[in-house]
Design a binder for this molecule. Structure first.
Ligand SMILES: Nc1ncnc2c1ncn2[C@@H]1O[C@H](COP(=O)(O)OP(=O)(O)OP(=O)(O)O)[C@@H](O)[C@H]1O
Ligand SMILES: [Mg+2]
Length: 326
């Protein structure tokens, strides 16, 4: 069994003011042991709710979450209770969020917060937990870990706090880590250091990683595969190098040209004109058609399927990867 995460036909809907918000509409996610899958797309396309659903962390009092299959670390978690899931979270699967300050408890030292993980999952003694926590702080490059063990979150810089979250995520040597925009709140230099740390720990521990980002350039170098989301659907998925060198979907091409433009000496940033459709009133046909430069008649009326154009490359577009049928 090589897959650490297998989700089939994930659908997530919320009750919105103007009708039902179909946040995710039937996506499949597969991540193999030790593999890094990046999920990218612009704000509101459904990345975070996908990550949360993988962990079964969506509050179902205000949402409907459906899957045909949901296997996490070899276990069917579709019908697990919250209590059973709590045993898996942190130990076999953990999550790193964007905002370390709100993810950490402000009135507890960071050391104690890591200790808690060892108490809960391994029932270590206080002394053993402290030793492990200090080792964990050292492993994420926190200088003077004995001293930092006693620091409160507000006494650390943003980068250091993110390192603490990474230490917590790796504490139990999980099989899968879901990192949702782990560096978005940091400045560019620190961002690069944190990504490097995440990448090296991931390789060292052979942990599978699902990294979520709105910025393709942030994840392009670290991912084995990339899934591009648009308005609740995966519109293109491929091996990372294939997606970067040979993007097929007009949306992916737009994201990539925005990346190229940022790196340009002129520093110009060209966004794809337009915005995501209202999630409570999506267009007929392809959701991207109002913004698409390759628009054909069929795009306005028929929803494209995710088509396999090679063993490793899938695209959801009427005009890509085959004859134009518009
Ligand atoms: N609890 C909720 N109640 C209602 N709608 C929600 C809820 N959570 C998410 N949504 C909606 O679901 C859609 C997807 O949200 P999600 O947070 O997954 O986007 P995202 O891709 O992570 O965006 P960002 O890059 O801004 O983090 C959005 O339209 C959002 O408004
Ligand atoms: Mg998000």
């Amino acid at each position: 069994m090589n897959k650490v995460l297998e989700i089939k036909n994930l659908k997530i809907a919320f009750a919105g003011h103007n009708g039902i918000i179909r946040a995710v509409e039937g996506i499949n996610i597969n991540i193999n042991k030790g593999e890094c899958l990046a999920v990218v797309g612009e704000s509101g396309c459904g990345k975070s709710v996908t990550g949360l659903a993988a962990m079964k962390l969506i509050d179902t009092s205000g949402a409907v979450v459906r899957t045909d299959k949901h296997i996490l670390c070899g276990k069917d978690v579709s019908d697990l209770t919250d209590r059973e899931m709590a045993d898996i979270r942190g130990r076999k699967v953990s999550m790193i969020f964007q905002d370390a300050l709100s993810a950490l408890d402000p009135v507890m030292t960071v050391g104690k917060q890591i200790d808690e993980i060892y108490f809960r999952h391994f029932r270590l003694s206080k002394k053993e937990a402290k030793k492990k926590s200090i080792e964990a702080l050292a492993a994420v490059g926190i200088p003077d870990p004995q001293l930092r063990y006693r620091s409160f979150p507000h006494e650390l810089s943003g980068g250091m706090r993110q390192r603490v979250l990474i230490a917590m995520a790796f504490a139990c040597d999980p099989e899968l880590i879901i990192a949702d925009e782990p560096t978005t709140a940091l400045d560019v230099t620190i961002q690069a250091q944190i990504l490097q740390l995440l990448k090296s720990l991931q390789k060292e521990h052979n942990t599978a990683l699902m990294i979520i980002s709105h910025d393709l350039s942030v994840v392009a170098n670290m991912a084995d595969r990339i899934a591009v989301m648009y308005s609740g659907k995966i519109v293109e998925q491929a091996a990372a190098d294939e997606l970067i060198s040979s993007p097929q979907h007009p949306y992916t091409k737009g994201l990539l040209s925005a990346v190229v433009k940022i790196n340009d000496t002129k520093g110009q940033f060209t966004q794809i004109p337009g915005s995501l459709p209202d999630p409570a009133a999506k267009p007929d046909g392809c959701y991207f058609y109002p913004r698409c430069s390759q628009l054909k008649n069929i795009c306005k009326t028929e929803k494209p399927f995710l088509r396999e154009i090679s063993d490793t490359h899938y695209v959801r577009c009427h005009n890509c990867g085959g004859e134009c049928n518009g």
